[in-house]
Design a protein around this ligand. Sequence first.
Ligand SMILES: [Zn+2]
Ligand SMILES: [Zn+2]
Length: 340
Amino acid sequence: MQAYYLHGPRDLRATEIEQPQPSPHEVLVRVRATGICGSDIHYYLHGKNGDFVPERPFVLGHESAGEIVDSGVFTDTLPVGSRVAIDPSHPCRACAHCREGNENHCSHMRYFGSAACSPPQDGAFREYVQVNAENCHLIPETMDYRQAAMLEPLSIAVHGVGQAGSIAGKRVLVTGAGPIGQLIGLVARHYGAADLAVSDIRPDALDLAALLWADQPLHADQPDTVAQAAGEGFDVVIEASGAPAALQTAYRHCKAKGTIVQLGVQGGPVELPVNLVMQKELTIRGSFRFAHVFGKALDLLARQKIDVTPLISQCVGFADLQAGFDAALQAETIKVVIDY
Ligand SMILES: [Zn+2]
Ligand SMILES: [Zn+2]
């Protein structure tokens, strides 16, 4: 079968490898769709993602759906031909974090297409993957594989919004209108945010947000616009861009007693007006991956409470993965999905 290994910056190589053999707790999935994530792009451009540096060439891709081709011992629950979305997180279930129910902080996490562990965990830009049966979630006929591939980033968004506590009736600012920011907006809308603002420097991304969920699209490069919209401040600010200026905006325009959720990955240390945390008694929360919400995300999509289709800007065939990455790097794309 074909697999794409990342050997270094902008160096993806299609390689013929043996089809994997599932172990007793696994099934074999023929991958049908995988989204290209911001973290894939980081690895692709820089050969690493923040602090995560792969020690050998590895396979990217963690937003996937496919078809069961070998059920192993799970013939009853996951018969051959089942259509599934893949939860890419494989926590150890034994460390202190796992035992406390915080599997997203697992000390030995193996996440598809990630070099956070050593050796790196190969992901889904290959034709077949062996997956823990418990990581395969059946999807309804009404959901296509491309939509199902959006379940991982949707889970990230559900967890991120959850970190803000109850959001119903709140004034919310989402900084960053990339795929995660858009999904956060859709989730926040669904959970009853009263007034949703979004800031970004990309006019096309703001237009899409305004079309789908945002009450106030704000141009981040015009600080007055954000200040005016903020008034006495937003109850909740969710930072999803990874831009230092956006995190500073969050501190400035979060209301007293408000909550900031930092979800975007910053490239390094950031200078912040930290006295505002004290003066305004802000709550600062992080959001990292997700735990226990993949099923909830699947339910939101299956019941069509959220439509992710408008976020898929382009689909590219697996044989042309390189073109998929090139497309994902274009200024006007939100999400590129690879079709197999
Ligand atoms: Zn991702
Ligand atoms: Zn663990």
